[in-house]
Structures are given as C-alpha cells and as structure tokens.
Design a protein around this ligand. Structure first.
Ligand SMILES: [Zn+2]
Length: 73
C-alpha cells in the first residue's frame, strides 16, 4: 500500500517541515534546523492495526464504564 504521505524508497530524503533535501549524514535540516526525529522515512503511525487497537481500547473502556454503572444502580 503506497500513499502520498509515505515517500518512495528510492526518493531522496526530504525535511518533513520545509521539504528541503537532507544530507544523509545529518539528522538536522540544513535549511530550517528541524531535527528529523525518526528520519525522513518514518513509517505512518496511523496504520490499520493501530486504528483497530484504538477502537478496541475505546470499546474496553466503554464496557468497563457500563459494568460500573450497572453495578451502582
Ligand atoms: Zn527543513
């Protein structure tokens, strides 16, 4: 799955803030000075697995709250 947010493997790394081409040895952008935390090719954190994990967590909290409310009555 390739989205526009993820750069191609063969593309040169660019700054995530200003889009300037990064020197491969430095972790800091030469143009704007922003540190590239995990590199310019960091993976997208909003994958399908993490979204399902968040949905499961919300459902779990809802069930716990439902049990507490039903026991309090
Ligand atoms: Zn930059």
């Amino acid at each position: 799955m390739t989205t526009s947010a993820q750069p191609d493997a063969g593309a040169t790394p660019t700054c995530v803030l200003c889009g300037a081409v990064l020197v491969s040895s430095s972790i800091r952008c030469q143009a704007c000075g922003m540190y590239q935390q995990l590199g310019a090719r960091r993976p997208n954190p909003f994958t399908r697995a993490s979204l399902w994990a968040l949905a499961a967590l919300l459902a779990g909290v809802y069930v716990v709250a439902l049990i507490i409310v039903s026991l309090a009555r």
